[in-house]
Design a protein around this ligand. Structure first.
Ligand SMILES: [Fe+2]
Length: 206
């Protein structure tokens, strides 16, 4: 991290842009270094953790949370050509629980404010029955400020955010959320899985 990276940007609206640009430039370099690996994602996570050390850049004045305190507000901070390398700021997550799901591209989630509990799953079945899967919990991790998780395209996780407080997270994906039309989510009760709609409501800041 350079001295410039540690500058407080609270006084300037839009000062996050320079930090985000630098972060994404480093991530482009990492990602162009060869085929996608978990090690590569860990290096991307390190860059995003550096960005997350500037919560003052992501104030509620510049990035308001959901007005009624429910659901999420998602801000796209950077998007490369071809709907690639999408960096989002997510505010919300009051009492949020998602079913297990995949991403069909790489994903890195970093905490800025609050906690996001992740459960990771493995498929126990042989994949031969269409639309059905048997999952088992293979690990858990709570994302909090200064930590993050990396997910390969086929990795399956669910997220669980307790309490009414607004959480702030950075999410980065190999492709933009609206372009991810083949993601599936799993119903643990019935053992079925199905494609779910792409995220509809994103505020573009890029
Ligand atoms: Fe996810």
């Amino acid at each position: 991290m350079t001295a410039d990276d540690t500058r407080d940007c609270s006084s300037e609206r839009g000062a996050w842009r320079a930090l985000v640009e630098k972060t994404v430039a480093r991530i482009r370099e990492i990602e162009s270094g060869g085929p996608l690996t978990r090690d590569m994602l860990q290096r991307i996570r390190a860059e995003l953790l550096t960005l997350s050390k500037h919560p003052e850049c992501f104030s509620d004045e510049e990035f308001p949370p959901p007005e009624d305190g429910q659901g999420d507000r998602l801000y796209c901070l950077s998007l490369d050509d071809g709907d690639r390398r999408a960096l989002y700021l997510n505010k919300g997550g009051a009492n949020k629980n998602t079913p297990p799901h995949d991403h069909t591209t790489w994903a890195v989630v970093i905490g800025i404010v609050g906690e996001e509990h992740n459960r990771f799953y493995e498929r126990e079945d042989d994949g031969r029955e269409p639309g059905r899967a048997r999952l088992r919990v293979a690990g858990e991790f709570t994302v909090e400020p200064g930590t993050g998780v990396c997910l390969m395209p086929d990795d399956i996780h669910s997220i669980h955010m307790d309490g009414p407080d607004i959480k702030t997270m950075i999410h980065m994906y190999g492709r933009s959320l609206p372009s991810l039309t083949e993601r599936v989510q799993y119903d643990l009760a019935t053992g079925e899985f199905r494609v779910f709609p792409a995220h509809p409501n994103i505020t573009m800041m890029a």
